[in-house]
Design a protein around this ligand. Structure first.
Ligand SMILES: *[C@@H]1O[C@H](CO)[C@@H](O)[C@H](O)[C@H]1NC(C)=O
Ligand SMILES: *[C@@H]1O[C@H](CO)[C@@H](O)[C@H](O)[C@H]1NC(C)=O
Ligand SMILES: *[C@@H]1O[C@H](CO)[C@@H](O)[C@H](O)[C@H]1NC(C)=O
Ligand SMILES: *[C@@H]1O[C@H](CO)[C@@H](O)[C@H](O)[C@H]1NC(C)=O
Ligand SMILES: *[C@@H]1O[C@H](CO)[C@@H](O)[C@H](O)[C@H]1NC(C)=O
Ligand SMILES: *[C@@H]1O[C@H](CO)[C@@H](O)[C@H](O)[C@H]1NC(C)=O
Ligand SMILES: *[C@@H]1O[C@H](CO)[C@@H](O)[C@H](O)[C@H]1NC(C)=O
Ligand SMILES: *[C@@H]1O[C@H](CO)[C@@H](O)[C@H](O)[C@H]1NC(C)=O
Ligand SMILES: *[C@@H]1O[C@H](CO)[C@@H](O)[C@H](O)[C@H]1NC(C)=O
Ligand SMILES: *[C@@H]1O[C@H](CO)[C@@H](O)[C@H](O)[C@H]1NC(C)=O
Length: 883
């Protein structure tokens, strides 16, 4: 016996090692998901010096900005140095090298700004041709932001430096900056920068992004061509010295930080100098050159601060456009304090063919007007359309998992002209992928779950690749999929019955897969095929032996108990009863993997959720029936109760208690402020769910592994009591059926060990840890953009930054100790190996403690939050000059 066991373990080890080396064992989040998010030295800054050696970075001596190579932001392109004759000691290091894109119509940098979508960013791209390709042919090409055209880059001269800058609020967490070949030379780029702005500044009154027209610093003595890029400008704006002969310069002897008192945070060096009209009785004037397109809509920002100690004199003036129309109000300057006049409507020269701005002193003013700095932007409305986020995440997953070697960059569907090769999309405002042709694309490995994310897919062609492993069952669950072509791969095992059923009259091509069993006659062999994977055989053998020896007597007892119980309780319904309960399926309340879910009412008035699946096979029905019988006996206040079922051979119906508050995932992603769960409610939900799971693991005989624990499987009652739902995937441990190799579980929640260890109690603990992280952070398991929540949260945990870990919608209204404790529990649950993860019974105890900490601190917090409710008296200091 001993010897055999040792041998068995040896075999297990060997198998695991060989699987590992063949790449079969995959780490779900061990792959470097975080690779793209490179933290810059300065918070909110992304600074990319395009074209330097991959992986290198440096800090610019003058600006103190840390530049990084573009290797983490783009996959395509070739690095070049510009020609020597365009480099001298004054040339910025960033401009000495470029990345050029000879291949592909569209090449995109993928930026992930730290604060994510719906925040304001300044994005700036630089171009200096410098004859890098020795062809002396400066190109003309297009710059895109996401799916919208941002600018045309017209390089007229090899030494000219072109700068394109925009203030933009992205609607997705990831932002593509794309260079598009317009047929007039190869696109290239020198530098790409992104800076986070305060959301309260540069806010035009109409929708659109602000393209920089120019940004001037007046009154400076610096050379005209040099740029002022001061270290003190927290937003890294670049100011251009500008003066005219009709102006005079005045300056302040002190450069004080009080200049930056407003949210515009204007740098002292810019605000310390100003322009004033040379003739003190004339207005100050500037004209904009808008000849090329007078219909452009401009937004003006004028920055003022008094630079002279006025000693009782008054400097007051009105802001006029085209000499007569007042636009920005009357300004009274005050010493060393900055004030910004901004237009509350856009201005264009379309009627007057000119745009000039003047500052005219009022009758009572004893001094001429001054102006320190001015910014002019052109407003441009972006469509902001993009492919549905789920589809983007799924197709990007497919791209990286299979290392698809196509020019797949930017938005998959938009603009249609640059749609990814091999895709077609629906033509909605937010398009979805409807066909995907990856025939003969050298895809190797298993069919990954990413495909199941393409919910609108109708036609999938994976023919003539090197795909191995089994045909996954999720194909049966893709609602619109009608054509599936898997011809010419190396798939093995048998085709799941659900897949065969789904494509009964559609087209399913499975030819030229020598190891694949397709006929009904091999249904018997199916079991064997499933267990082909040797590790599973061995583990199951071991477990079965152990269980047999350890628990034989117990099992017998349990089975006896089960027999007696099964006869009690009438949980079987007829189809006609189901029809009447649901009032002929009149109200749909959801759609699950199983099928449609309807609202029903039992004879006693109890509301129920009725899940209906038609066309179940006989075999499936039998398995389900056995399981359903088991589940109708599982009762716990934190488990959604299965009230009954109906199975008449063609229809499979499950009847559950109805949970009026929907599922936790919906609740957490809800946008309504009223929907935001407070910290205590979140902890209570965690405790409830932990109780439910603990009962499945330790309270049920035989134990039940949930196998698909996730926030959408936690339902909430009217009073926000949480109950775990969907045991559809559950298997009791002792039947051994849990060793199925079907990829159950949901990406983002899946135990990284599941391939080697199968799904067990500890996989549920892992998934529960992910749910806990969702509750804490308010973010989904896979952050839009593809980052796993664990990866996303770790740097913040390392920094000890609880403030940015916890859901910002809580607005800091939580007890820090209890939040840390919750984070610790979640981290323990998501430990990489099952051995390291706690049992659910410990999780329950710890979470309860955590909740107690929060409750104990409740009174203090309430006082605090009342204080915050006191209305804030608007400070008059920040805008004292406008009238
Ligand atoms: C993964 O990314 C992190 C941070 O971006 C980096 O420190 C680490 O070296 C990377 N690991 C691998 C294997 O590339
Ligand atoms: C550019 O020049 C630097 C040093 O001057 C050199 O190390 C680098 O290899 C060059 N890059 C290319 C692409 O030629
Ligand atoms: C690029 O600029 C030059 C000079 O201003 C102009 O002649 C040319 O038409 C421009 N090209 C494009 C495509 O706009
Ligand atoms: C390019 O521009 C620079 C300065 O803007 C100028 O000195 C030079 O003569 C120009 N070269 C050509 C070929 O036009
Ligand atoms: C933006 O400005 C407001 C008001 O001064 C300030 O409360 C807030 O913290 C600023 N936000 C950022 C991101 O700096
Ligand atoms: C301020 O003006 C004086 C002369 O009036 C000049 O010498 C000095 O350089 C100016 N300072 C700045 C920062 O422009
Ligand atoms: C200044 O402007 C006033 C009014 O426009 C004019 O009368 C006066 O001659 C000007 N002074 C100089 C020195 O140009
Ligand atoms: C300022 O003076 C001018 C000319 O003397 C006069 O027409 C105008 O009404 C005065 N404006 C105010 C606001 O007093
Ligand atoms: C599946 O793909 C192969 C190769 O592309 C093709 O010959 C075959 O007709 C396809 N089958 C279906 C049903 O489209
Ligand atoms: C298919 O896989 C088997 C083993 O899994 C291997 O022996 C065979 O060479 C593969 N066939 C092809 C065409 O790759």
């Amino acid at each position: 016996m001993d010897g055999r066991l040792t041998l068995t373990w040896l075999i297990i080890l060997l198998v695991i090692i060989s699987l590992h080396s063949s790449g079969w064992v995959l780490g779900t989040f061990h792959e470097n998901q975080s690779g793209r998010r490179k933290l810059s030295a300065k918070e909110g800054f992304i600074s990319i010096d395009c074209g330097i050696a991959p992986g290198s970075d440096y800090t610019d001596d003058e600006t103190q900005i840390s530049y990084t190579s573009d290797a983490n932001f783009i996959d395509t392109g070739i690095n070049y140095n510009v020609s020597k004759e365009y480099v001298d000691e004054d040339t910025d290091q960033q401009l000495m090298n470029i990345r050029s894109f000879p291949e592909g119509d569209r090449n995109c940098y993928l930026l992930q700004p730290g604060q994510g979508k719906n925040h304001k960013y300044l994005i700036r791209a630089w171009f200096m041709y410098g004859n890098y390709d020795s062809k002396n042919q400066p190109p003309v090409f297009k710059l895109y932001l996401g799916v919208d055209e941002w600018a045309t880059v017209n390089i007229t001269n090899a030494s000219v430096i072109i700068r394109k800058e925009i203030i933009h609020i992205p609607t997705t967490d990831e932002l593509d900056v794309c260079l598009v070949n317009a047929g007039s030379g190869t696109p290239f780029i020198s530098v790409l920068e992104l800076r986070q702005l305060n959301d309260s500044i540069y806010s035009p009154t109409e929708p659109g992004s602000l393209l920089l027209y120019d940004r001037w610093d007046f009154g400076t003595q610096q050379e005209k061509w040099s740029l002022i890029r001061d270290k003190d400008d927290v937003y890294d704006r670049i100011w251009r010295p500008f003066t005219q002969s009709s102006w005079e310069s005045i300056n302040s002897s002190v450069v004080r930080s009080s200049f930056s008192i407003s949210d515009y945070k204007l740098p002292g060096i810019v605000m310390a100098t100003a322009a004033t009209p040379a003739n003190a009785s004339e207005p100050w004037r500037i004209s904009l050159d808008i000849d090329d397109d007078p219909s452009q809509k401009l937004y003006i920002y004028m920055h003022f601060a008094e630079v002279e100690d006025l000693k009782g004199q008054i400097r007051e003036f009105t802001t006029l456009v085209n000499d007569d129309e007042a636009w920005g109000g009357t300004v009274i300057t005050s010493y060393l304090l900055s004030y910004t006049a901004e237009s509350d409507y856009s201005m264009s020269g379309s009627t007057t063919k000119k745009l000039s701005f003047s500052l005219k002193r009022t009758n009572r003013s004893t001094l001429p007007p001054i102006i320190n700095a001015m910014e002019v932007y052109i407003i441009k409305e972006f469509s902001q359309a993009s492919t549905q986020q789920n589809d983007v995440d799924a197709i990007k997953g497919i791209k990286s998992e299979y290392k698809v070697s196509r020019n797949w960059q930017g938005d998959p569907c938009l603009p249609i002209k640059y749609q990814w090769d091999g895709l077609t999309c629906s033509l909605d405002i937010s398009p979805a992928i409807i066909t995907l042709n990856l025939s003969s694309s050298n895809l190797a490995g298993n069919i990954r779950t990413s495909f199941s994310g393409l919910k609108s897919l109708q036609n999938l062609d994976l023919s003539y690749n090197k795909l191995t492993g089994s045909v996954p069952e999720f194909f049966a669950d893709l609602p619109s999929l009608t054509i599936l072509n898997l011809t010419g791969n190396n798939l093995t095992g048998s085709v799941p019955q659900a897949v065969i059923n789904k494509f009964k009259d559609g087209t399913l091509s499975l030819g030229e897969n020598p190891g694949l069993c397709q006929s009904a006659s091999c249904q018997g062999k199916e079991k064997k095929n499933r267990f082909l994977v040797p590790v599973l055989i061995v583990i199951s053998t071991v477990i079965v032996i152990l269980i047999l020896i350890a628990a034989l007597a117990m099992i017998i007892r349990k089975f006896e108990r089960r027999e007696t119980k099964e006869k009690s309780g009438n949980s079987e319904f007829t189809y006609s009863e189901v029809v009447s309960i649901t009032n002929n399926f009149s109200l749909t309340i959801g759609r699950g993997g199983f099928g449609q879910v309807y609202l029903g009412t039992l004879a006693d008035g109890t509301q129920v959720a009725v899940k209906v699946r038609s066309e179940s096979s006989i075999q499936e029905a039998k398995a389900l029936q056995a399981e359903v019988k088991l589940l109708t006996r599982v009762h716990h206040k934190n488990l959604v109760r299965l009230i009954g079922y109906c199975d008449d051979g063609t229809n499979m119906v499950l009847i559950y208690e109805y949970m009026s508050n929907g599922n936790l995932q919906q609740k957490l992603s809800g946008r309504e402020a009223a929907d935001v769960l407070n910290w205590k409610q979140r902890l209570q939900i965690a405790v409830d769910a932990a109780h439910g799971l603990e009962y499945l693991h330790n309270g049920c005989k035989p134990p039940i592994v949930h196998r698909d624990m996730k926030s959408s499987n936690i339902l909430l009652t009217e009073t926000l009591e949480a109950k775990i739902a969907d045991f559809g995937m559950s298997r009791d441990l002792e039947s051994g059926a849990f060793l199925s190799t079907d990829p159950v579980g949901t990406p983002g929640y899946l135990d990284p060990e599941y391939q080697s260890a199968g799904l067990n109690k500890k996989s549920d603990v892992y998934s529960f840890g992910i749910v806990l992280l969702e509750l804490i952070t308010g973010r989904p398991a896979i952050i839009p953009g593809g980052n796993y929540i664990v990866v996303w949260v770790s740097p913040m945990i390392e920094r000890g930054d609880i403030g940015s870990i916890v859901d910002p919608r809580l607005q800091g209204d939580f007890n820090t100790n209890s939040a840390w404790k919750a984070v610790e529990i979640a981290l323990a649950c998501v430990a990489p190996t099952g051995m390291q993860r706690p049992d659910m019974s410990h999780v329950v105890v710890d979470l309860k403690e955590c909740l107690e900490t929060e409750v104990a601190s409740g009174r203090i917090q309430m006082v605090g939050s009342h204080l915050e409710d006191v209305p804030v008296v608007p400070s008059t200091e920040s805008a004292p000059h406008a009238r």
